[in-house]
Unconditional design. Structure first.
Length: 487
């Protein structure tokens, strides 16, 4: 390599001290304070070069943004030897290379804060060309939009598309705001098993693996609910977990086989308290993420400010289909499905049929945050029966922009009834329902020790992130979404 022939290691080992970021220089420099910027050391990636012969302007990018640098031949090479400029800078460095520069900050005649470079060091040689984008006044032109490139080569996408990096910074801000809200109220963050002997806590098809030493099948968790409830049994009164979950199901704009659910469980509370807490948490989180309770997705503006509308699932179905299904049996529901042109296969029980009707005909209409409440017992095998409405349970789903964002219960803590509900799920499994729940006998044993009255909730973190960052696809809020193998 030609760099080695002139004594330059393209991947040097020593620490390179950085004294300032691009943002600190662009926001902090002024003529009045220029003495603080007379000996700066900066590192960044070369994003563009403007060749002016014996002087060049270039743009470097670090994690805070971009800044212009000015490199003059006779200042880089003080003696007769001009190799560092004529050969190294002009011929051996490329867009994408990472360099360190030392010098001082100044403002050009066009008013742009820049670094006057007195010395540069190659820190990393890039061997793969970057797609070229242009930026002016903070606006990016020719942004790379090819989805195959963006999702498969996220590392390059983050380099050339500053807006993508900002999206993920916002997502971290969102998670931190949620943690702060919960921690300030005394909640305890915990970790529970990802590999589980029984995939419980949700109705979903699991991924199956095998543990060689124990010679037994294991499942990647579809939910962490049953383990968090075990901790409530054990005496913790408010626990939460950002849980990486895995479901062996289809992929679309709101589903990825690997995703994050925030679940928390609180002793001595119910689903009414949980609705109020959810409103408060999401309003505060929206403000912490974007500086306002408003979020924009496409042409839709969503307001996270509390309170949110509440409507029962039966009333929601009546509102949008004209059918009152509150007293219908399974045959009646199948008839409604036929009239509404909803596919209903023979494995579906009453709960699944109601879910198909609501999902197919109603859910899309709830754009502003809305609590859909009071579900039929057949849809909710882990939920306490309603205190005053026969055949219903104390459950809500939070729907925003036509999608479920959260699911919450007054948790079922009667071990005898819970066993019966699990047995009903087994009957559905025998009919061919691959998403029906297994019986978790250890969880039943935990309930037999006594779980206090408890409210629990699960939030789809990626779906919430999509709303707060204005994205329409889950792949845009996952650093590395699942993709088919590269050809």
């Amino acid at each position: 390599m030609e760099l080695l022939s002139v004594g330059i290691n393209p991947y040097p080992a020593p620490l390179y001290e950085v004294t300032h970021t691009a943002l600190q220089m662009k926001e902090g420099f002024s003529e009045a304070d220029k003495e603080q910027f007379q000996a700066i050391s900066f590192a960044g990636r070369i994003m563009s070069v403007r060749d002016m012969g014996k002087a060049n302007f270039a743009v470097l990018q670090d994690h805070t943004g971009r800044i212009q640098v000015y490199i003059k031949r006779d200042e880089i090479c003080l003696g007769e030897d001009k190799t560092m400029y004529d050969l190294v800078w002009k011929k051996l460095l490329d867009i994408g290379d990472i360099i360190g520069v030392k010098g001082y900050v100044f403002i050009t005649r066009t008013g742009e804060t820049s670094i006057h470079v007195q010395q540069f060091t190659l820190l990393t040689k890039s061997l793969h060309p970057l797609p070229v984008t242009k930026e002016k006044d903070g606006e990016v032109f020719d942004e790379v939009t090819d989805l195959e490139f963006k999702y498969r080569q996220r590392y390059a996408d983050l380099i050339v598309n500053p807006g993508v990096r900002e999206t993920f910074i916002k997502i971290t801000r969102m998670k931190n705001a949620i943690r702060a809200f919960l921690n300030e109220r005394g909640a305890l963050e915990v970790d529970t098993p990802v590999l589980q002997g029984i995939p419980g806590g949700a109705t979903a098809r699991p991924f199956i693996t095998h543990h060689n030493a124990l010679d037994m099948p294991l499942y990647l968790r579809i939910a962490n609910e049953l383990y968090l409830k075990r901790l409530i049994v054990g005496g913790f009164e408010w626990v939460y977990e950002f849980s990486r979950n895995f479901r062996n199901e289809g992929m679309d704009r709101t589903h990825n086989p690997e995703f994050t659910i925030l679940e928390f469980y609180v002793a001595y509370k119910d689903y009414l308290w949980m609705m109020e807490t959810t409103e408060q948490m999401l309003e505060q989180t929206a403000i912490a993420t974007n500086g306002t309770s408003l979020a924009t997705v496409g042409e839709t503006t969503i307001d996270f400010k509390a309170p949110y509308r509440r409507i029962s699932i039966y009333d929601a179905i009546l509102e949008h289909t004209g059918f009152d299904i509150s007293s219908m049996d399974e045959d009646g529901l199948r008839g409604v499905c036929r009239q509404l042109h909803i596919d209903a296969d023979p494995t579906m029980g009453k709960g699944k049929l109601i879910d198909e009707i609501f999902g197919g005909k109603c859910e899309k209409h709830y754009v502003q945050p809305t609590f859909i409440i009071d579900y039929p017992v057949e849809m909710s095998p882990l939920t306490k029966k309603h205190r005053s409405k026969e055949g219903l349970v104390e459950r809500f789903e939070l729907i925003i922009n036509g999608k479920e964002i959260a699911n919450a219960y007054s948790e079922l803590n009667d071990p005898i009834e819970q066993r019966e509900r699990f047995e009903d799920q087994v009957k559905l499994m025998e009919r061919g329902d691959e998403e029906a729940m297994f019986i978790d006998y250890d969880f039943l044993r935990a309930l037999e020790y006594g779980m206090p009255p408890t409210a629990g909730i699960g939030f789809g973190i990626e779906r919430l992130a999509m709303l707060l960052t204005g994205q329409v696809s889950i792949q845009d809020v996952l650093f590395f979404p699942q993709m088919r193998p590269e050809k």
